[in-house]
Design a protein around this ligand. Structure first.
Ligand code: HXC
Length: 514
């Protein structure tokens, strides 16, 4: 019997409904009971209303073992396609935990690969919403191949399009390595975790008792390991932050970052900054106050705020254009550079450079953190990563030294000598090889036991060197500026640098210290 068009359309509707139902009502209810949205609900929150165009809804797995041929769910545990965020094109995959625990089959991986390939082709970001029990156990090695295909694409897309991962459920074993190779990782508190080996394996191998949350929850990864950038209380706030993040990023490395008009005047003065740096050089202050007061509309999206807090990194806008901010934080470890802060900032600088986002650096750094913990932890190589990142980077670089810029750390923090384009200092800046007391104790070692003499000499040394003018005499500082005028001077510098062209010599790739 020939089917009528009506019947054909009804069949299509039924097929679509089956795919949309995912793992069925019971599993959807279980997902909701855990405080989690479903894969499709997440996409609805993430993208502009009615903008999602779904692909591969009818894809099914090809596994015949363990009775799997009788268990097929159209879509096979991942929803893929594209849509928009504030009108800009984004590709998305969202794993559906209600279908085989969101586990990755070969077909599931092929769906992810397809959207990744398109994203690179057209130059648009990929956002991955991860909620998966890992490799589809029934498929074995076919699933492992699927992961590796995704990994390969993560690597080739790196620095070409922004890649963002949101961890919204389990993410374990080798599955962690796809998010790990993306640019940003967000996690949801209490419902997500990431680890290479879970608590049971840990117990067997090391006899350590640890819960999944302690081992790889959102708190762990945003405070201890630095694997994740931000943690959120629920799915909705994590997804809303992805939308906000995307407003700072270009769609690809072929595009300029998006401009957002602002009513905040580029020449706005901020008199309160004149008294930000305390009179006592050993007293601290909050560098975030400076950041908030100089950027457009007080809007600063800080990344990794609870990890290596001695350095602050994040996005803001100046005169409507996105900038990456890197700033030493005097409130934590006096703003010293150490293993964690150097690597944190290096990764951020490299991201900005890859995507044409200018870098504004605020410097108040007494040096590298001393001690065997740091030396044995590899501060030599890790400190070099930040130096390397700043030195190779070709985007506009504007630097403001607010107070201390001592020793090697002065050089590292986007100094003139590492091709800093515009380098300002506040009148309170102290640019020297080291702090006055340390300096005279070395030069006048014979007087080391005479506290009074050392203090006199330190004062003398401070008078001579603890100021911005010695560096200014050599042109290492382009100008000594009034703190209140910081926003105006940075905005002007960035505007002057808008058409900056600078290229590094050709090479296959560098051999940065890893
Ligand atoms: C197939 C899976 C699955 C998997 C879960 N399910 N994980 N199916 N392959 N990997 C299915 C379950 O059978 C179940 O099906 C449904 O998903 C929900 O799972 P539950 O266990 O009921 O849920 P929950 O109690 O919330 O526990 C979630 C979980 C657990 C912690 C993720 O399911 C789990 O431990 N799964 C196995 C994890 C794992 O070992 N994965 C392989 C890791 S190795 P029904 O039909 O009952 O709803 C790996 C290598 C990657 O991933 C290598 C990359 C290079």
């Amino acid at each position: 019997m020939v089917k009528s068009m009506f019947d054909i359309l009804r069949e299509l509707d039924a097929k679509r409904a089956a795919a949309r139902a995912g793992g069925g009502e019971r599993r959807v209810a279980a997902q909701h009971a855990k405080g989690k949205l479903t894969a499709r609900e997440r996409i609805e929150v993430l993208l502009d209303p009615d903008s999602f165009e779904e692909w591969d809804m009818f894809v099914e797995h090809r596994c015949g073992d363990f009775g799997m041929d009788a268990r097929k769910v159209p879509g096979d545990g991942v929803v893929t396609g594209y849509g928009t965020i504030n009108g800009r094109l984004m590709f998305v995959f969202s794993q559906d935990f209600t279908v085989f625990g969101g586990s990755l089959s070969e077909a599931h991986a092929e769906k992810i690969c397809k959207i990744m390939d398109h994203a690179v082709k057209v130059g648009a970001p990929v956002i991955g919403l991860n909620d998966s029990g890992g490799a589809r156990i029934q498929e074995g090695v076919a699933s492992l191949r699927g992961y590796a295909e995704v990994f390969q694409r993560n690597v080739l897309a790196s620095g070409v399009i922004p890649q963002v991962s949101v961890i919204m459920g389990p993410c374990a074993g080798g599955a962690v390595y796809s998010p790990a190779m993306t640019d940003f990782i967000f996690m949801v508190r209490d419902s997500s975790y990431m680890f290479v080996t879970g608590p049971d394996v840990v117990r067997t191998v090391t006899h350590e008792e640890v819960t999944a949350e302690q081992l790889g929850g959102a708190l762990t990864h945003t405070t201890k390991s630095g694997v994740a950038d931000l943690a959120f209380d629920n799915d909705i706030s994590a997804l809303m932050m992805v939308r906000r993040l995307m407003n700072f990023l270009p769609s690809s490395n072929r595009e300029m970052p998006p401009v957002q008009p602002t009513s905040d005047p580029a020449d706005r003065l901020e008199p309160s900054l004149d008294s930000l740096v305390p009179d006592d050089p050993n007293e601290s202050y909050d560098i975030k106050e400076l950041i908030l007061k100089v950027v457009d509309d007080w809007e600063f999206l800080e990344l990794r705020p609870d990890y290596a807090r001695n350095i602050v990194t994040g996005f803001a806008r100046m005169a409507g254009r996105p900038v990456g901010i890197v700033a030493n934080q005097p409130l934590v470890l006096a703003g010293c550079l150490d293993v964690r802060s150097a690597v944190k900032a290096a990764g951020f600088v490299r991201f900005c450079d890859a995507f044409g986002i200018p870098i504004v650096t605020f410097v108040d750094v007494p040096g590298f953190m001393p001690g065997s913990e740091q030396e044995h932890g590899g501060i030599i190589k890790d400190g070099a990563k930040l130096l390397f990142a700043y030195a190779e980077c070709t985007v506009p670089k504007v630097t403001v030294i607010t107070r201390k810029a001592y020793g090697g750390a002065y050089d590292v923090m986007s100094s003139k000598h590492l091709r800093g384009d515009v380098n300002f200092a506040w009148p309170s800046a102290e640019i020297a090889v080291m702090g006055p007391k340390g300096a005279v104790e070395i030069i006048f070692r014979a007087d080391a036991d005479d506290a009074e003499r050392i203090s006199e000499r330190a004062e003398d040394y401070a008078g001579k060197f603890a100021n911005p003018f010695v560096a200014g005499h050599r042109g290492f500082i382009d100008d000594v500026i009034m703190p209140r005028a910081t926003r105006k001077r940075i905005c002007r510098s960035l505007s002057m640098l808008r058409d900056k062209r600078l290229e590094n010599p050709w090479r296959k790739h560098n051999t940065m210290p890893l």
